[in-house]
Design a protein around this ligand. Structure first.
Ligand code: PLP
Length: 454
């Protein structure tokens, strides 16, 4: 049976009415990726207020690896709802915060004593990781990467790479932030080719210490093991280990931002594990809360414990509902082996995407780890000119046919997969069928516009 059910054109009349109200009531800076208002959601399917049903390849931007309304998460929330909603962990603590900290300390890579702090959002967690690293090292500088995304607060926006819409007009930025190229091999900043480049971009960090900022001034390097918003870029294996080793040699805290890549997405619980990397601090959020706002910094005890009581935290950080949801989400992830499921999703996608790439020049590169898969779309395979408009058209085409799909990339030309990992094979295939017909339709119509005979 088809998971997609379309009763109206998209958006339907009720969604449209809410879009209008939203336009009048909500600040324009909050983007509207689809004009579809949600009534309910389950697993990998969203139903809108007009009764249309969509397959969800976006998962609330990677927050629902364990699925919409995972029954165990809902049951845990129901139990907690009957008990208490908020006391502030700093005033009158509760067990679930400690249990979750213990669990994250045990699950994250690294066979050494660890501690955790819980927060509300990815950006807040990144802010805290940098704050902790600076206090520990007593150094000011932070090194980040081209095409990185770390959030929209002052420091995290400063660490983020893409100018529009994230940075332009919001100057001045936080100081002591330095940026170097990521291993984005399809668009190498040095014009080199892997593996003959010998991972020049990784080794370049040493040169940065001579020409840009002294190593002894650098508190932390913050890196996404696989780029998220920047285009789902998977670096070659030596890149992270090179950076990690340089950090170790110079006493620089290595922070892995796993806000988007964490919790099974890449086929391992954390993306770092694919590269054999053990970060000093690991930042998580998104899928951690099973749909509730929750984030964490987990890391070496000696770094985490360096700051005094009262220096870290926040009123709502580690809210009891969110902690219970997270514990249940982790149970589901373990019981249902969702990281393994991510690997199978990735393989299935890869096989179909390869066939598409052979057929359509629009598909420039297919890349990914586990279910963190992407297609980079280009106007020409030779020039690699980003096909941003075509990417937008594909997302629109998909939405109109019942598939919610989002893009990524500094050039807005990457289609990324962030579906809940509980998606069934039938739903996944149905979604891919829609994506396949979108690529065919958009390619054909752009060829017609340009007068090319296919
Ligand atoms: C890698 C990464 N870091 C940080 C953030 C910021 O998280 P939040 O939107 O929860 O503040 C995001 C959000 O997309 C992200 O992908």
């Amino acid at each position: 049976m088809s998971a997609i059910r379309l009763r109206t054109s998209i958006p339907g009349p009720r969604s449209q009415e809410w879009v209008n109200r939203r336009t009048n009531a909500v600040a324009r800076g909050v983007s509207q990726i689809t004009p579809v208002f949600v009534e309910r959601a389950e697993g990998a399917v969203i139903e809108d207020v007009d009764g249309n049903r969509f397959i969800d390849f976006a998962g609330g931007i990677g927050c629902l690896n364990a699925g919409h309304c995972a029954p165990d998460v809902i049951a845990a929330l129901r139990r907690q709802l009957e008990r208490f909603l908020h006391t502030c962990f700093m005033v009158t603590p509760y067990e679930s915060y400690v249990k979750l900290a213990e669990r994250l300390n045990a699950l994250t890579p690294g066979d050494f004593p660890k501690k955790t702090i819980l927060l509300n959002s990815g950006a807040e967690a990144v802010e805290n990781a940098v704050k902790i690293a600076r206090a520990y090292t007593r150094r000011p500088a932070v090194i980040c990467f081209e095409d990185a995304f770390h959030g929209r607060t002052l420091l995290t926006m400063s660490l983020t790479s893409k100018t529009h819409p994230y940075k332009a007009g919001f100057e001045p930025f936080a100081s002591d932030v330095y940026r170097i190229p990521y291993a984005y091999c399809y668009r190498c900043s040095y014009g080199l080719t892997y593996p003959s480049c010998a991972v020049h971009c990784g080794h370049h960090l040493e040169d940065t210490f001579t020409r840009v900022v002294a190593a002894e001034s650098v508190a932390a390097v913050i890196i996404e093991p696989v780029l998220g918003e920047g285009g789902f870029v998977t670096p070659p294996p030596e890149f992270l280990s090179t950076i990690h080793e340089i950090c170790r040699r110079h006493g620089i805290v290595f922070i892995a931002d796993e806000v988007q890549s964490g919790f099974g997405r890449t086929g391992k619980l954390f993306a770092c594990e694919n590269f054999g990397i053990v970060p000093d601090l690991l930042v998580t959020a998104k899928s951690l809360g099973g749909g509730l706002p929750l984030a964490a910094v987990t890391g070496r005890s000696e770094i985490m414990d360096h700051t005094g009581p009262g220096s870290l935290g926040g009123t709502f950080g580690g809210n009891p509902l969110a902690c219970e949801a997270a514990l249940a989400m982790l149970d589901v992830m373990e019981r249902d082996k969702l990281p393994d499921r991510a690997v199978r999703i990735g393989e299935r996608f890869h096989a179909r995407a390869r066939a598409l790439q052979e057929r359509w020049p629009l598909v420039g590169e297919i890349r990914g780890l586990g279910a963190m898969q992407a297609m980079e779309l280009v106007r020409s395979r030779e020039t690699r000119e980003p096909a941003a408009e075509e990417t937008t058209e594909i997302a629109r085409y998909c939405l109109e046919r019942g598939l919610i799909l989002i893009s990524a990339g500094s050039y807005s030309n990457v289609i990324r997969l962030l579906m809940p990992l509980v998606i069934t094979d039938e739903q996944f295939n149905e979604g891919l069928d829609v994506l396949e017909s979108a690529i065919e339709s958009v390619t054909t119509s752009s060829q017609e516009r340009e007068g090319v005979v296919a």
